[in-house]
Design a protein around this ligand. Structure first.
Ligand SMILES: Nc1nc2c(ncn2[C@@H]2O[C@H](COP(=O)(O)OP(=O)(O)O)[C@@H](O)[C@H]2O)c(=O)[nH]1
Ligand SMILES: [Mg+2]
Length: 381
């Protein structure tokens, strides 16, 4: 664009995004050329800014069950994008399914742990539950099913099985199911409507890639891509690498003593660190901001009371404490790369208050760094 012999003409426009589109058109050819170049440069920047505003893209990566979808739900809630009635209806069925699946798993685990000497009533209820099939289309549970489920959960051995679930390395009972079991009356009620916290706690395996678009005040529009983390789903991530601005990698700290669901015999933490290694060293992601959430700190702390990290990681030599164990894993992640990992947070994805703080900080960093990478801001962070 080069404008010659055009009279000075100043237009001062504010577009919808609040971007100043002040354009000063030149008067004399020589000066004009220089000025036009400046304007072109400015417009280019603004165009970039506008497209960035439309698309600051954040990929949420990590292994299965690490808390990716939970973090996305928290990001939504932090930005007051509440769940709609339709979504609540959808999550209600997922929560009911969580309870149904977890209870069936608990019955199997109880047998595996040797809780077999049971009352006639328990055995009848257990048999009923084993053959009962949950129908997502139904609007409520039959009162008889509610009675059976409640009675089974009240059984001492079932509660004990839940406590001891980590002893069964290849069984994966949803940790947060306890929150639903403890409130079965409310959860299984015909008129039940999930609260935000229920939705944060529920578990649904992500099989495709879901996009969440948020208009964040002062930061612009951010798109989050939440992916399935299971091994067979990881190849689907690659096309998203190309134009993403940041990666939020979520790792569950509490998984250090667990095996993968999809690959028996592989420790989940080992798999997670090796996945992080692949991502952080991927040549096409070298200029992309990486934020690491070491998640499930609440479960990690609980676990450390009963489990020795050194039983799973022989190179953990320090006296075991929450701090030494967390630092040990932080160093393992850092050790995968020569890149400086500046943004590492210890998180509990289900703790909305804590997440609000962390998410606010992280979104600011991500958007600022994206702008910086595009040459739109020069200040350091
Ligand atoms: N206790 C606890 N549970 C968590 C935490 N983060 C996520 N969860 C739960 O872990 C389960 C799996 O989380 P999800 O976000 O679906 O994992 P994803 O497979 O990575 O998307 C869900 O039931 C969550 O409520 C956490 O920090 N602490
Ligand atoms: Mg998910």
């Amino acid at each position: 664009m080069y404008m010659e012999e055009i009279e000075v003409n100043v237009t001062n426009l504010e577009d919808d995004n609040g971007i100043n589109l002040q354009v000063e058109l030149p008067q004399y050819p020589k000066k004009a050329k220089k000025r036009t170049k400046e304007i072109e440069k400015q417009l280019k920047k603004e165009k970039k800014l506008m497209s960035l505003n439309n698309a600051c893209k954040v990929l949420i990566l990590g292994t299965g069950d690490s808390g990716k979808s939970t973090v996305v739900r928290q990001i939504r809630l932090c930005n007051s994008v509440l769940f709609t009635g339709e979504e609540k209806e959808y999550f209600k069925k997922i929560i009911w399914e969580n309870v149904y699946v977890s209870l069936k798993d608990l019955l199997r685990c109880a047998e595996m742990l040797g809780f077999t000497e049971k009352s006639q009533e328990y055995q009848e209820n257990a048999l009923f539950m084993k053959t009962f099939i949950f129908d997502k289309k139904k609007k409520s549970f039959d009162p008889n099913v509610v009675r059976v489920m409640t009675s089974l959960w009240e059984d001492h051995d079932i509660k004990e099985t839940f406590k001891r679930k980590s002893e069964l390395k290849n069984m994966h009972i949803q940790d947060t199911a306890i929150n639903f079991f403890n409130e079965l009356d409310r959860i299984l009620d015909v008129n039940y409507i999930p609260t935000d916290q229920d939705i944060v706690l529920c578990r649904r395996q992500t099989c495709n890639i879901t996009e969440t678009v948020l208009a964040v005040p002062k930061l612009g529009t951010i798109k989050f891509y939440d992916v399935g983390g299971q091994k067979h789903l990881r190849n689907f991530w690659v096309p998203y690498f190309e134009d993403c601005h940041a990666i939020l990698f979520i790792a569950a700290l509490s998984c250090f003593d667990q095996n993968m669901a999809e690959e028996e015999g592989t420790n989940r933490m080992v798999d997670c660190i090796s996945l992080f290694n692949i991502i952080v060293n991927n040549p096409s992601l070298q200029n992309i901001t990486i934020v690491l959430f070491l998640n499930k700190v609440d479960l990690f702390k609980e676990k450390l009371k009963l489990t020795n990290v050194s039983d799973y990681f022989e190179d953990f030599k320090a006296p075991q404490s929450e701090k030494s164990a967390a630092n040990f894993f932080i160093e393992k992640f850092k050790g995968t790369t020569t890149r400086q990992l500046k943004y590492i947070h210890l998180t509990t994805g289900t703790d909305s208050k804590l997440m609000k703080k962390i998410i606010g900080t992280v979104l600011t960093i991500i958007t600022k760094l994206s702008l910086k990478a595009s040459g739109l801001v020069e200040d350091s962070i």
